[in-house]
Design a protein around this ligand. Structure first.
Ligand code: ATP
Ligand code: MG
Length: 573
């Protein structure tokens, strides 16, 4: 490939719309082009990287026994009504009507469509297990499309679904996929961690997310430096801090004007926040519920949602609280909470004594309040967010927090979709059983963006060798110097013949422009042909990730040197 034949316009300016490094660099290097909010075209350079990532994914899926197929993007509403997701998927589902006014949606995920195929094609245990996958466009009308390919509304995903006879089989398939994911992200040159995750709207119980560690990550994870434990903050189990009991004191009402926040209250009464209770009122679908956590903790809404098995969970508005129970916001407390409001207490609440709570009256709090004696608890559960520094369940380390980009997720679904769609198989005895499923997704564009978040410097992208658009660029310093061009052409042809993916910068541009573009686009290796090449017979070989370590290599040794560097780089992953 020659740069003069490439469609790749680089930009010097940072596009105003881009907030994070990967988005800026993908635009500046001419890899993608915006079409609409959350909708992008992949230009040839970007598409090469996408293809490389897809090749690695495909290779690992096939090695794990996956069968590739192609599923449609247009799904009839009937299938989604059968699983109930037509009504619960909400605004994220792109819905459309055909000319006969029939309802359809653009597939955000493919459990429905594929399970429909399997229920029609599979009847016997002899046909299982099956691992079916595709690499295809997905559509999600995200509330906030942003960060370029990170959170798009149309994006490319590899999704595989496993179909097994029983739970044991599903676990085997899950392990195969988990291991394949580890191989994929390692081969893409990424630093990542698999973390325990909540399974959210997809369903099922066991799930892991594959997180690329990056400061710009939207997700927060906790991990233990001493053991394998790592979880998404949404999922991470919290273990109650056990405090020694105190002699119970008499409850008292105190005047706390303006102490509407935890900090103000703790300061006003001169008590640590851990001796207060945060009382949060939520609307869980139609029901008003009260959630209690220690004043220095935060409510984990995902845990509350899972506990109550509700579709919507929102903080109750001032108006709703006033109307339903007549309590002023900021002074809500659990003492004498009306029976109709369920009280959910975090597991730590029962270890507290003589604490401060809202008095359900403007400008007043109660002190020396004690759980059990002064207020009831309807449900006790872990409903809080884990904090950095807490003890790990392994009990040797203290937990740390980090940010990550979720590039893939694997789920054990069980029979959620096979029951809804009646996908059954006949076992050895002729009895019908539900097929046990798993599903496994990887965002291809998000993986490309995550690779840039982890691999860049002030000059541009530094592609890992395995997913670089080209392994090497040949750059003659002066395209007008016939001797230089002749040597460059020779090296370019020899590299191509030896199997190297090489691009030749044959443009009549200043050397500085060519070097800047090569750095921005991020070819792992640059071969620079200049005056010295003609006088001394050597070229400069620049390794992008470590530009200082420039080597001088004799022209006749270039092909071997480049091949060795590529091999060593790929082997190290
Ligand atoms: P998120 O929590 O980030 O919205 P998700 O958990 O809904 O993602 P999954 O349904 O698990 O996503 O999809 C599998 C993979 O698809 C994700 O791990 C991610 O890499 C990718 N992905 C999901 N949503 C998007 C999106 N809007 N844009 C780009 N990639 C996405
Ligand atoms: Mg996910």
């Amino acid at each position: 490939m020659r740069v003069s034949n490439m469609l790749a316009n680089t930009l010097r300016e940072v596009p105003a719309e881009a907030e994070i490094v990967s988005h800026k660099l993908l635009l500046r290097a001419g890899f993608i082009k915006k079409v609409a909010s959350g909708v992008y075209s992949y230009l040839p350079m970007g598409w090469r990287v996408m293809q490389k990532i897809m090749d690695i994914i495909r290779d690992e899926m096939n090695k794990a026994g996956g069968l590739e197929l192609g599923l449609p993007s247009i799904h009839p509403a009937e299938l989604w009504l059968e699983t109930g997701r037509w009504n619960v998927y909400g605004d994220e589902l792109f819905r459309l009507k055909d000319r006969h006014q029939r309802d359809f949606c653009l597939g955000p995920t493919h459990e429905e469509v594929l399970t429909d195929i399997v229920r029609k094609e599979v009847s016997s245990y002899k046909q299982l297990p099956l691992l079916l996958y595709q690499i295809q466009n997905k559509y999600r009308d995200e509330r906030r499309p942003r960060f370029g390919l990170m959170r798009g509304r149309e994006f490319i995903m590899k999704d595989l679904y496993s179909f097994d006879k029983d739970v044991e089989g599903m676990r085997v398939s899950y392990k195969k996929m988990y291991d394949a994911y580890v191989n994929i992200f390692r081969r893409c040159g990424l630093e990542f961690r698999a973390v325990e995750a909540d399974s959210g709207a997809i369903g099922g119980k066991t799930s892991h997310e594959f997180m690329v560690l990056a400061q710009n990550g939207e997700a927060e994870i906790v991990y233990c430096p001493n053991c394998e434990y790592a979880a998404n903050v949404e999922k991470a189990e919290a273990h109650p801090e056990v405090l020694p009991g105190e002699e119970l004191k008499a409850i008292e009402k105190v005047h706390t004007p303006g102490a509407k926040t935890m900090d103000k209250l703790a300061e006003h009464l001169d008590v640590p926040k851990s001796k207060t209770i945060k009382t949060m009122l939520y609307k869980a679908d139609e029901e008003l519920v009260c959630v209690l956590v220690r004043g220095d903790r935060s409510v984990n809404e995902i845990k509350v949602k899972n506990l109550l098995d509700c579709v919507n969970l929102e903080i109750a508005s001032e108006a709703v609280i006033q109307e339903e129970i007549g309590i002023p916001m900021g002074y809500v407390g659990p003492v004498d909470m009306p029976q109709k409001v369920k009280i959910i207490a975090d597991a730590e609440i029962n270890y507290l004594s003589n604490i401060v709570v809202g008095a359900n009256e403007k400008d007043y709090h109660l002190i020396n309040v004690n759980p059990g004696r002064d207020f009831r608890i309807d449900i006790e559960a872990d409903v809080r967010i884990v904090e950095e520094g807490e003890k790990c369940p392994c009990s040797t380390g203290s937990l740390k927090k980090a940010r990550g980009i979720e590039v893939g997720q694997v789920f054990q679904l069980g029979t959620k979709y096979s029951e809804a769609l009646k996908a059954v198989y006949a076992d050895e005895k002729g009895n019908n059983n539900y097929i046990v499923m798993g599903c496994y997704g990887i965002g291809v564009g998000r993986t490309m963006a995550a690779a840039i978040e982890q691999n860049h410097d002030q000059d541009g992208i530094i592609w890992p060798m395995t997913i670089a658009p080209f392994h090497a660029a040949v750059i003659p310093v002066s395209s007008r110097d016939e001797q230089q061009v002749q040597v460059a052409e020779g090296i370019y042809q020899d590299l191509k013949n030896s199997g190297v993916e090489v691009i030749m910068d044959d443009r009549d541009e200043r050397a500085g422009v060519k070097f800047k573009d090569a750095d921005l686009i991020g070819y792992p290796l640059q071969i620079i042909i200049g005056k010295k090449t003609i006088t001394e017979g050597t070229v400069d070989l620049v390794i992008r990730k470590n530009k200082e370590a420039q080597q001088s290599v004799r022209v006749e040794n270039v092909v071997e040197a480049i091949n060795n560097l590529i091999k060593a780089d790929i082997r190290s992953l």
